[in-house]
Design a protein around this ligand. Sequence first.
Ligand code: FAD
Length: 434
Amino acid sequence: MNNKTSRRRFLQLSGSVLSAASLGMWPLNLIAGNSGKPTTYRVVIVGGGFGGATCAKYIKLFDPSIDVTLVERDVRFVTCPFSNLVIGGLRDINSITHDYSVLKKKYGINVVQGDVVDIDAVKNTLLLKNGKSLPYDKAVVSPGIDFLWNSVEGYTEKDVDILPHAWKAGKQTIVLKSQIEAMPDGGVVVIVAPPNPFRCPPGPYERASLIAGYLKQYKPKSKVVILDAKQKFSKMPLFTQAWDTLYPGMIEWVAGTSGGRVTEIDVAKKTVFNELGDPIAGAVVNYIPHQAAGAIARKADLTDASGWCPVNQKTFESTKHKNIHVIGDSAVATPLPKSGYAANSEGKMCAAAIVSELNAAVMPDPSYSNTCYSLIGKNYGISVAAVYRYDGNKIIKVKGSGGISPIKADDSFRRAEALYTSSWYANITRDTFS
Ligand SMILES: Cc1cc2nc3c(=O)[nH]c(=O)nc-3n(C[C@H](O)[C@H](O)[C@H](O)COP(=O)(O)OP(=O)(O)OC[C@H]3O[C@@H](n4cnc5c(N)ncnc54)[C@H](O)[C@@H]3O)c2cc1C
């Protein structure tokens, strides 16, 4: 694609977020370096999940002349969205596994399998575990989350195969699913939900629902207990109403102040202790640890005291290091939630910000969206959606935008939302990986 085509494509594709009037600048490849030769800019992206893969694709769509490298430690990406369906026996893990072949072939993205161990923000270089380094003009960091292992006594990273978190999808998803399949009828599945902020606010409650769905069918004397550090949770009235309807007496939710806050774990006995010292034993214990930005973000000094990465909420450039942008779960993008949909939306806006800057254009104020479906039973879905915009200083929710499923709705409404959940998954993964 020549430079004119490239620029025309950027204008077409980014039309909704970048007004043509603001783009009175040179097309990218025509900006000559000191040698007089056209400069090819290099963008290197850490993490091929919802944020990173989307950003890589959209930079290439907006301006194919930019050299884009995506560094991902795994060969394939297993999505957390729909991993609860795998645990509940409604999906196969292969159906939520994606590779990078289309991003490579169709968009010309260099996909490097590797582990980024550090970022030199002075020399603009990424360091890989294999000793290689990758120079960049712009880096995008989208590593998701990592766990704060010492947030309760008695549980460490070594214990994840005994008490799986399954909060990163893949092997952990299968470990949790197998434990539930192997437990006796009449056993208790204990889910320990993390304190805010954490990835996917409705995730633990969707998980409890779909595990209850499996138990109702195969081990009907069993129960699910959710021990929660919090006093309330996302879409709470809709979840509790559905639990009463679909799984009466099967799911018990314990709030933080009523003994839900877990402070200690006896891994060998599969027993957790709340802050009152009460023991709660499970046939299966799904402990979801406290969370912070992905480890590489912390290593590269992109986090603040909160453990997350402060960013300019328009461009997602780090407020700590220039030319490094942080998107997805790791970034402080409140009020956007830590979701795959939000990470995808941020990936696009970040791509537009980078392409604008490299083209010496002014980026108009962006807007973002989030839609979050939760499946409570095979034919029972609920959702919440919102649109957000940048108000010149920070991201704010657009008043009156989006909405939440009505509490009063008939079976056909819930069934329709369950169908939309599958369409949502097909669309978001297509937009991100192909
Ligand atoms: C059970 C569950 C259900 C969920 N359901 C939904 C849902 O229905 N809808 C929704 O919108 N969201 C959902 N989410 C949330 C969603 O998964 C995350 O918000 C989303 O994945 C965040 O995108 P990200 O790019 O920040 O991180 P990720 O998508 O996790 O991608 C990060 C990638 O970076 C890689 N990586 C990390 N560090 C390095 C490194 N140093 N070097 C190389 N590679 C590295 C990782 O291997 C990973 O592939 C769910 C989450 C969970 C746990």
